[in-house]
Design a protein around this ligand. Sequence first.
Ligand code: 13P
Length: 249
Amino acid sequence: MRKHIVAGNWKMNNDLPQTEALITELKAQQLTSDAKVMIAPTFTNLWPAFEALRQTNIEVIAQNMHFADHGAYTGEVSARMLKSIGISTVILGHSERRAYFNESDDLLAKKVDAALENKMDVIFCFGEELEDRKSGNHEHIVENQIKNALFHLEASQFKNIVLAYEPVWAIGTGETASPEQAQEMHAFIRQTLFDAYGEDVANATSILYGGSVKPNNAKEIFSKPDVDGGLIGGAALNAEDFFAIINAF
Ligand code: 13P
């Protein structure tokens, strides 16, 4: 069976005291679902978060990384650095990285390779813009984003890849894709995996949905057969809301 995963992407929110306070609240919540729980604080708070969540069932993951191991890349952080503090999962390709930091499919392919070489797992994000959906081009856009950054991989490498479909028009807008829209796209993504890599990869790869997932819509979205979890932004900044979403499984 595919892993259920709910990951909280904190984005550029929470300084150190706020991180500590939210982690204390998260530790007080009850996990009643089978979902694997992850949180992605900012780089400066990864180590304190990792320390505070040792021996809990909450994994601390990174929001981004550079493709190089080390070198003259001012302001960047490598997979090796993340690994050295115990972080072994990274989010790559978030639409905010693509839009505000010009991250291209080619760059993301390099980052994916660097993560896998360093034995990290990747949550790979992609999703169409509103115009793409209005023009009926959304499947084509998503297919290309996945192919360009991932389809140079061997089938066996997909055991370290989680996909996260995040339609840009649903991120932070309060407008979520309907459960039917999410299911339709997730089924299309799984078919794309099937066509390229066959049944085993298609059936084993978790596909998360992200974009305005809240406690009041999580259950319906997660009930869809090809939705294996969620990537949660705003609602992950509140411990009760985040766990209400996780426990919707
Ligand atoms: P929101 O849940 O705030 O829409 O953000 C989704 C997201 O971008 C998670 O990576």
